[in-house]
Every structure is written in structure tokens, then in C-alpha cells.
Ligand binder design. Structure first.
Ligand code: BTN
Length: 249
């Protein structure tokens, strides 16, 4: 584990983000990392359930970022790029590892990992705590997902979840250092190298509709820049990305 990181392990929790949040409330320091073997109420973005059987990785990292909340959103991309580095080093070179906006990791076009950022403030200009939750499908992928899902085991990886903890901790630590030194530009450039459908047409789906356009890139807070049919550039802060079937067809 990198200097200053402390690992806490749990057999079963509701959500590793909740368990770590409880430690944060008791004063746990930045760098506390909680790993659970399974979760009874794991969640993804927008409160969607995250299937959490034993055999996959459920890891949450506590940070206390000394920056405005909008800037702290960049840490989701920092974690995503770190995860991408670890997974692409583990898997065969013939397998593609991609970043799907905002913070998903795809292996050969299917989702293998996701990142959930949660934070709180006591009213000051900075966040009091930020928890970066990372879920990696190591052994098993969820079934019946709208976007296809996969697991590392399906791509020849025989590692156990615990084998990933130190590499992920080191990669996230390294990328946080880089972010401090070189800013979001360095993180964004690394994310672009593996970006899913950047420069191509996408459909971004919301609960009550969808927007289609050309995925131009990331704004400074990680929002998606989308060029729509009329030529206008829009900023999207949430949504789920899919290939734009109509534009392609
Ligand atoms: C997403 O893709 O929607 C984000 C998924 C994040 C899942 C991880 S598993 C560890 C941590 N604990 C949770 O309850 N969620 C995150």
C-alpha cells in the first residue's frame, strides 16, 4: 500500500461507501481504504443497484480534498484512469480497455468496472469527505443489464479480488500525485487515449429522454461536451452513453 494509505477489510457490508462514510464521520484520515468481500445493498450511479456477490471487488477510498467541490469531481476521472491502467496491465494486449463517460471501464466493449463518487460538506467552501467507490467484476458479471457487462475472468484473468487492491491503491495514489502536479489536463489526456466513442456519435440517455450528437470531449469539471445536429455544443453532467444507432445506420 502507498505511504499514508490504511486498508480496512470487511466480510459483508451494505455498501463499502456507507461503511467508509461511517469511518469518515468518526474522523478516519484521508487514504483510508475499505474493501468488502460482498455487499447487501451495493449501489451504482443514480442509486441503481450494483450486484455484489463474493468474488468481485468492492473498494472505497476516503479523500479529504483541499479544493472546491467542482474540482473534486475530477477525481472520478483520476480513479477511472488509474483503474484503466491496472486492468490494461493485467489483461492481454489483444483485449481493449476503454473509458466510457463518465467513469465506467469497458473490456472489449462491455462494462467491467464502475466508479461512484459520494461526498459531503459541513457547509464550508471545501468538501469534508469524498468517498471514491470502485466496483470491479472480477469473477462474475451482472445479468440483464441495459449496457453489456463482463468480468475479468471471461478475459483470461485468474486473479482474486484481493490481488487487485495494492495495484489499484498504487495507481490511484500515483494519479492523484499527477493530478496535483500537472492538473486535470494530464488526467484528461490519459482518459482520451482510451476513450469510448470520443469523436463519434453517441446517444446519452436520461430517465426522461435522450440527446444525440458527436462526443467532443470533457469539460474541466468532467462534463461531456456534445455537438448536436444543429452545430451547438452542449454540456451534459449526467446520463448513460450508448452508440447512436440512428446516426450509424
Ligand atoms: C456505476 O457504474 O454506476 C458505479 C458503480 C460503483 C460500485 C461500487 S462497488 C464499491 C462501492 N460501493 C458501492 O455501493 N458502490 C461502489
Amino acid at each position: 500500500m502507498p505511504a499514508g494509505y490504511v486498508l480496512v477489510t470487511r466480510k459483508r457490508v451494505t455498501s463499502s461507501n456507507d461503511a467508509l462514510r461511517a469511518l469518515a464521520d468518526q474522523g478516519a484520515p484521508e487514504g483510508t481504504m475499505l474493501v468488502a468481500q460482498s455487499q447487501s445493498a451495493g449501489r451504482g450511479r443514480y442509486g441503481r443497484p450494483w450486484q455484489s456477490p463474493p468474488g468481485n471487488l468492492y473498494l472505497s477510498l476516503l479523500l479529504r480534498p483541499d479544493c472546491p467541490p467542482m474540482e473534486a469531481l475530477q477525481l472520478g476521472f483520476v480513479a477511472g484512469v488509474a483503474l484503466g491502467d491496472v486492468l490494461s496491465a493485467l489483461l492481454s494486449e489483444t483485449v481493449s480497455v476503454q473509458h466510457k463517460w463518465p467513469n465506467d471501464i469497458l473490456v472489449d466493449g462491455s462494462k467491467v468496472a464502475g466508479v461512484l463518487l459520494e461526498s459531503g460538506t459541513t457547509g464550508g467552501a471545501k468538501l469534508d469527505w469524498l468517498v471514491i467507490g470502485m466496483g470491479v467484476n472480477v469473477a462474475e458479471a451482472p445479468s440483464e443489464t441495459v449496457f453489456p457487462a463482463t468480468a475479468l475472468a471471461a478475459h483470461g484473468c485468474t486473479l482474486q479480488p484481493n490481488d487487485l487492491i495494492a495495484p489499484i491503491a498504487n495507481a490511484v495514489f500515483g494519479w492523484i500525485e499527477r493530478w496535483h502536479e500537472d492538473g486535470f489536463g494530464a488526467v484528461r489526456a490519459a482518459w482520451y487515449e482510451r476513450a469510448y466513442r470520443r469523436g463519434q456519435s453517441v446517444q446519452v440517455r436520461f430517465e426522461d429522454g435522450a440527446r444525440s450528437g458527436l462526443f467532443v470531449g470533457l469539460d474541466d469539471d468532467g462534463a461531456m461536451l456534445l455537438k448536436t445536429a444543429g452545430g451547438a455544443q452542449e454540456r451534459l453532467s449526467y446520463g448513460a452513453v450508448f452508440p447512436d444507432i440512428e446516426a450509424a445506420g
